[in-house]
Ligand binder design. Structure first.
Ligand code: B12
Ligand code: SF4
Length: 506
């Protein structure tokens, strides 16, 4: 999916804060340059730095350890970021010393206040040090540097216009604890300077990585709309993440039409259509009205030429088969949303720093971290069986998800819904939605009735055969869309070209 090619914003803030304090830096950007672990080690050996700093994600913990170990011990090694912050917070002193023995320090929280002077004065100790900076937030985000965007190659620009969300937010999310005193934003004028830099870098597509771009109330919404207007004037295209409530509000105030043609995709925090599942997830919304509000928001986005991408969590440790069945009906019945298999497959992660982590840590059997992933067992055996069946077709389903995602993005970026390509797109979306739904409901049925191995194999074969047939159709559609498009993202198209059309498999 094209958003995976995005450079990580945290390393750019880290670098800029150090440079502004006279500390010379070299950026090694794994995502942007598609670097392997060995290549990173090689680059580090060539540079031979005095200090190495890492922005850790839960899936890169092991890789960072490996890099640290492969490098001469005299360099200072520091680790920070969301995952390092919360992971280190949950460890006892002994566990911390053991698990971070490859590091000299772990920094918890933002870097803007305090990190530059810390690193200048830091002396290596016998065991790693933990620095708690979580309460030392940047309160006025207009104090943040305006980034230049001249040091990464991706076609996608990133932009951070706000930090945080509601205090005491959703139980599965780490954002409320990282930014415990709530949502803060940059002014429109401050953001506008950075928009100019992005434009000057030759990019037209921006992923706004704010957890909640449109904020929490009407004033925040108006700020967001103002930024969208500026982007519209500059011909910039946006991907944003926000809540169902703010989209509904924007529509009620007649503002959503201003998004048209500028906002291409909205990552919408729906999470689920089932009230009982929402309660288990600990989603902080008006649960009884959430399904209605979510469906209104989806319709309003489509009506304004914007493609919604659902933040969706179908499985959690206590998911029941009735909940996922109800949820599947909704996905299937509304705008063919069942077309993305990922919505069916997403399982809640139990991350350190969340209320769920606190809840489940007493029950250690529930959380197991290995190979860069959190796993747990489902309480219900039938639910576990459905999830296992979904896993068996994942390789095929993900290919179609990728093609569908990119077709959607191109179509909406160029506002081509009303063309013949748009009609073809809807046909394929419907086909994909029917296939995913049929597979899911059959998987559910088999799991409840404890179906035989032959029945299971037939179901899997049938799904795989049908999805393979869709590959050439999606590829043709994407070519057709590209033929009439003004705006194109080259990188995902290059990946698409490498996908075997599947014609030889039929
Ligand atoms: C953009 C984004 C993405 C992009 C990633 C783009 C990229 N290349 O990084 C995409 C869409 C691909 C993505 C995917 C996923 N993401 Co994501 N994502 C985000 C998001 C919303 C914004 C990141 C951002 O821009 N932050 C702004 C920068 C400025 O903040 P920062 O990185 O924290 O950096 C600050 C400090 O941490 C510190 N710092 C950072 N690095 C360092 C290093 C040192 C040495 C020091 C001292 C300090 C320091 O200083 C910085 C400035 O103050 C965050 C939420 C968030 N608000 O951070 C989730 C988040 C990181 N994602 C999360 C998750 C769960 C996922 C997925 C697993 C979702 C899914 N189910 O598929 C996938 C996994 C992808 C993968 N490859 O494994 C979780 C991670 C939880 C955890 N404990 O690790 C987060 C925190 C969301 C959440 N609240 O739960 N994601
Ligand atoms: S609304 Fe989104 S960002 Fe805010 S707490 Fe809930 S999941 Fe996290």
């Amino acid at each position: 999916m094209n958003w995976l090619y995005l450079t990580s914003p945290g390393i750019h803030y880290l670098r800029t804060a150090l440079e502004l304090n006279g500390i010379k830096t070299v950026l090694i950007d794994k995502v942007d340059k598609n670097l392997t672990t060995d290549e990173i080690i090689q680059i580090l050996q060539n540079i031979n730095p005095e200090i190495i700093l890492f922005n850790q994600f839960y899936s890169t913990r092991e890789e960072i350890k490996q890099i640290c170990i492969s490098f001469p011990k005299n360099a200072i090694r520091g680790i920070g970021g969301h995952d390092a912050t919360f992971h280190s917070m949950t460890l006892s002193e002994n566990e911390f010393s053991q698990q971070y023995s490859h590091a000299d320090f772990v920094w918890q929280g933002e870097i803007e206040n305090g990190f530059a002077s810390f690193i200048r004065n830091f002396q290596k100790k016998d065991s790693p040090v933990c620095v708690n900076n979580i309460n030392n937030r940047v309160q006025d985000l207009n104090d943040l540097p305006v980034l230049k965007h001249d040091n990464y190659t991706s076609e996608l620009a990133f932009l951070v216009t706000s930090r945080g969300c509601m205090s005491g937010g959703c139980d599965f999310c780490t954002t409320p604890n990282f930014y415990h005193d709530g949502w803060r934003s940059r002014s429109v004028a401050h953001v506008s300077h950075e928009l100019r830099n992005i434009k000057a870098s030759g990019r037209f597509h921006i992923n706004i990585t704010d957890d909640n771009f449109l904020g929490l109330g009407e004033k925040d919404l108006m700020r967001g709309v103002d930024i969208i207007r500026r982007c519209g004037e500059e011909g910039l295209k946006l991907f944003i993440m926000t809540s169902v409530e703010q989209i509904v509000k924007a529509d009620r105030l007649g503002l959503l039409k201003e998004f048209k043609g500028t906002v291409i995709k909205v990552f919408l925090g729906v999470e689920n259509f089932n009230p009982s599942a929402l309660r288990k997830l600990g989603k902080k919304v008006d649960i009884e009205n959430h399904t209605y509000n979510s469906l209104s928001a989806l319709n309003e986005l489509y009506d304004n030429g914007i493609s919604p991408h659902l933040g969706y969590i179908n499985f959690n440790p206590e998911t029941s088969c009735d909940e996922i069945e109800h949820s599947a009906h909704f996905l299937h019945q509304h705008n063919h949303e069942a077309s993305l298999f990922n919505y069916f497959y997403t399982k809640m992660g139990i991350f350190e720093g969340t209320k769920h982590h606190e809840r489940y840590t007493g029950r250690k059997d529930c959380i197991d971290f290995h190979g860069g992933n959190y796993s747990y067992e489902f309480h219900d055996r039938n639910t576990a069986a459905v999830f296992a069946l979904l896993t068996m077709v994942l390789d095929h389903a993900r290919l179609i998800d990728f093609l569908h995602f990119e077709a959607t993005h191109l179509l909406y970026m160029n506002q081509l819904a009303e063309t013949s390509a748009g009609k073809k797109y809807i046909e394929l979306k419907k086909r994909s939605s029917e296939q995913n739904y049929e597979f899911f409901i059959n998987a559910l049925e088999i799991s409840r009735k404890r179906g035989s191995l032959n029945v299971i194999l037939d179901l899997i074969d049938d799904y795989k055969r049908k999805t393979r047939r869709m590959i050439p159709d999606y590829k043709k559609l994407i070519q057709q869309i590209v033929g009439i498009s003004t705006h194109i993202l080259r990188e995902p198209l290059a990946y698409m070209d490498k996908i075997d059309t599947g014609e030889s498999w039929q």
